[in-house]
Design a protein around this ligand. Structure first.
Ligand code: AMP
Ligand code: MG
Length: 412
């Protein structure tokens, strides 16, 4: 057994992050319920059907620039302006030899024209345009169907809708989309020491901060959230709350009470109520984790230390939620490889998820730790924009070495 001051934290009985995530994902079955959602409310929802383009996008060949629509084969000879084609106001005639049409970005290319001369490359005198360059056929024209052909697969079922996908659906003219129903997630905090915000703290008491962090993380994922409050370390109350949580939700999450000290009565309780595994995780922070099935609900018992709650949520709960929401893979955030700007301390044995900050340096993007890394230091996490993942066997990462980094903030 490891001794308290050992330089190695390896525990042969502990589960690796990858092993645990694999088991969790295998047990995370997507919801099948679906509903129609107005596009304006569809951000963060998952498409339940493939979406095909009902028509060519763009529907008409149109100009990519402000300029003059003309026939390329007439070379650099002067052209007479015979009309205009503005966005929403097409030109109805035909462009013939020695002619052109004043055209704006997005306006329909008139009959007869096969190129657009950019206005900066034209000299205008009266109604004559003198091209300063030769236009090739197709120059500055966006062809009909260039983005999507009528009938083409625009978005696949299982797509998680971000702003760009909402934009594609809008460009197809689709006002309502088929979405999987939202995942219902019930959660509560456990601990005799926890007090609600706004109350005075007695000796040994702390504010129930995890409940707010969890709520925010679930909000980001667009879950239907059922906040069941805080429950004391009392087997009777815990049992009752777990029961009602499992009856009302697809997933139940608790924080606290899974560490070795007080795990025993919860483990015993959950063992009777469902199929729950208590895992000792080979990671830091976040050693204890409970996972399994409670009636029809997926159950996660996260460690109570605030940073552990967040790190285990991102590594295990978020992938499970995304999969259960109906999203297709990937369910985990990608890892980038970046050079370390400083030495980082680490003991071999457990995968470290250190809180880090990206640095713009003259040598390019680098990453540094945020300082104190203990699992109760929430302020460190609040200054972090990434997690630095140091492999279980690694020891003292050196400045300049490449490390895996997971960004906490997505772009969209
Ligand atoms: P536990 O996992 O219950 O052993 O708790 C580990 C540590 O996290 C203890 O210091 C707890 O006081 C703290 N903790 C547990 N739950 C919460 C919570 N909801 N908010 C803030 N800290 C918590
Ligand atoms: Mg506790």
């Amino acid at each position: 057994m490891a001794h308290c001051c050992s330089d190695n934290e390896y525990d042969p009985q502990a589960k690796s992050v990858a092993e645990a995530r694999e088991a969790i994902l295998a047990a995370s079955i997507p919801v099948s319920g679906r509903e129609s959602v107005p596009l304006g409310n569809a951000l963060g929802r998952v498409l339940a059907d493939d979406i095909h383009a009902p028509a060519d996008i763009p529907a008409w060949s149109n100009s990519a620039m402000d300029g003059y629509a003309l026939r390329s084969r007439d070379g650099d000879t002067a052209r007479r302006i015979i009309g205009r084609s503005f966005a929403g106001h097409p030109f109805n005639g035909t462009v013939g030899a020695g002619e052109c049409v004043r055209i704006m970005t997005g306006a329909v290319i008139p009959e007869g024209a096969d190129a657009v001369l950019v206005q900066e490359q034209a000299v205008i005198r009266d109604t004559q345009v003198y091209p300063q360059i030769l236009c090739t056929a197709g120059a500055n024209i966006r062809n009909a169907g260039e983005d999507l052909r009528a009938g083409a697969l625009a978005l696949e079922a299982g797509t998680w809708l971000r702003p760009a996908q909402i934009g594609v659906l809008a460009s197809l003219g689709i006002p309502e989309i088929p979405a999987y129903r939202r995942l219902r997630v019930a959660f509560f905090s456990t601990g005799d020491e926890l007090r609600p915000l706004g109350s005075d703290l007695g000796p040994g008491q702390i504010y129930d901060s995890n409940r707010y962090t969890l709520h925010a993380m679930l909000q980001r994922l667009g879950c239907e959230i059922l906040d069941l409050g805080r429950v004391a370390d009392d087997p009777g109350q815990l049992q009752q709350t777990l029961h009602s949580a499992a009856a009302m939700a697809d997933m139940v999450i608790t924080t606290g009470g899974v560490s070795v000290g007080d795990a025993d009565h919860i483990a015993e309780l959950l063992g009777r109520l469902g199929t729950i595994h208590f895992w000792k995780m080979n990671m830091k922070p976040g050693r204890p984790l409970a996972f399994g099935q409670l009636d029809k609900a997926t159950f996660f018992g996260l460690p109570g230390n605030p940073v552990s709650t967040v790190v285990t949520f991102y590594q295990f709960v978020r992938p499970s939620i995304l999969k259960r929401m109906g999203k297709t893979a990937p369910w985990t955030a990608p890892a980038l490889l970046l050079p370390l700007a400083e030495d980082l301390k680490k003991k071999p044995g457990r995968t470290d998820f250190q809180r880090g900050r990206l640095l713009q340096t003259p040598a390019g993007l680098q990453v540094a730790g945020v300082g104190r890394q203990a699992s109760h230091i929430m302020s460190g996490l609040s200054h972090a924009d990434c997690l630095i993942i140091l492999a279980a066997e690694a020891e003292h990462a050196k400045a300049g070495s490449l490390v895996e980094v997971q960004l906490l903030e997505g772009l969209v």
